[in-house]
Design a protein around this ligand. Structure first.
Ligand code: SAM
Ligand code: SF4
Length: 347
């Protein structure tokens, strides 16, 4: 194959062809981490003393806009802004406001956010007016002491106030909780009922082996197959075909009238329908959350004012999207499957 300028291939499409990987999966969903920093230190996500990236390493808001807009040109319909905690990035609302032009043209269907909720009291109305309609809020317990123990630095009250403000602003909220053995295990039904009472979907996530943390992950790992079996003793669960384009599988709960999602990378492999890629706040694109292969998008982004080199780099990377991840958590392999933290690649 002929190569020019930093291995940019001549054979990759030069028009705005859609992104299709070697397994025929259309990539139309991008999750972008806008910062690796966070105002919490959740025990399964980060060590307490994290070394964060120097600010100059991060893509500027203008670069993030160019990157997102290029993905939109290549057929991406959904962009999720995540982190770290995306809403602690200075002036982040400017990015939402500028990207809303793609919602107006209809090229972008949805702009979403995953947040810990700490800044929603302040920012929910701005998110809504910039065109965000759905957000995910992560909350692992409704017990203030446990919340503090899990997040180390977080306050439950602040997040509950944020959820209230987001609802008042008109945002539709889905709650995400990581299932943690012996921590929130027995609180799961209470949380489901609380969420469903207020018309919020609720999704449970299995802990994934991403990045070194201060403890041992096998202590935290609670398979959702077990949680589901326990819930089935209490409720009537009916599988629901509802899809958000994400990896969650949903059930309806007859008794609460609400929807419950399961994200089970370890007990159930969801790779065959994967339609997404992730970009870190330094512009590294990961084609799979559970693999280390990545593509540098910052260099082509900074090399030219035009977006052609960037598009080539994206096409090349999509050509390398792997079939699936290799996660495993067991007593014999205590090292994380991939060394970067979830807060780097974004959840
Ligand atoms: N700070 C925001 C938040 O907490 O929602 C956005 C980023 S956070 C990395 C995104 C999601 O990843 C959260 O729901 C969090 O609970 C989840 N998460 C973080 N580390 C995880 C891990 N090792 N395994 C599974 N989920 C994890
Ligand atoms: Fe921060 Fe979210 Fe990670 Fe918790 S899960 S430490 S809120 S990035």
């Amino acid at each position: 194959m002929t190569t020019v300028d930093n291995d940019i291939r001549l054979s990759t499409p030069t028009t705005n062809a859609e992104l299709v990987d070697p397994f025929g999966r259309h990539v139309n969903y991008v999750r972008i981490s806008v910062t690796d920093r966070c105002d919490f230190r959740c025990v399964y996500c980060m060590a307490e003393n994290m070394n964060f990236l120097p600010k100059k390493e991060l893509l500027s808001l203008e670069e993030l806009d160019r990157l997102c807009s290029t993905f939109v040109e290549l057929g991406v319909k959904k962009i999720r802004i995540t982190g770290g905690e995306p809403l602690v990035r200075k002036n982040i609302i400017e990015l939402f406001r500028s990207l809303s032009r793609h919602l107006e043209t209809g090229q972008l269907e949805e702009m979403l956010v995953t947040t810990n909720g700490s800044q929603l009291t302040k920012l929910a109305p701005d998110l809504y007016s910039a065109g965000v309609r759905r957000i995910n809020v992560s909350i692992d317990t409704l017990d203030a002491d446990k919340f503090h123990a899990i997040t180390r630095w977080g306050r439950l009250e602040q997040v509950l106030e944020g959820i209230k403000a987001a609802k008042q602003a008109g945002l539709k909220i889905k709650l995400n909780a990581v299932a943690l053995k012996g921590v929130n295990e027995h609180e799961i039904p209470t949380m489901i009922e609380w969420a469903h009472d207020q018309g919020m979907d609720f999704t449970l996530i299995e802990t994934m082996p991403l990045g070194d943390i201060d403890g041992d992950r096998t202590d935290q790992y609670l398979p959702l197959s077990k949680v589901r079996a326990d819930l089935e003793e209490k409720y009537t669960l009916t599988p629901n075909e509802y899809k958000t384009g994400g990896p969650a599988r949903y059930v309806d709960i007859k008794e609460t009238g609400g929807r419950l999602g399961f994200i089970t990378p370890l007990t159930h492999n969801f790779c065959e329908s994967c339609n997404r890629v992730r970009v870190t706040c330094t512009g590294e694109m990961f084609m799979c959350l559970g693999q280390d292969d990545n593509a540098d998008l910052r260099t082509p982004l900074r090399a030219q004012e035009s977006n052609e080199a960037l598009k080539q780099a994206i096409y090349e990377a999509i050509d390398r999207k792997p079939k699936g991840h290799d996660f495993i958590i067991d007593r014999n392999s205590k090292a994380p499957a991939v060394s970067r933290h979830m807060s780097v690649t974004g959840g």
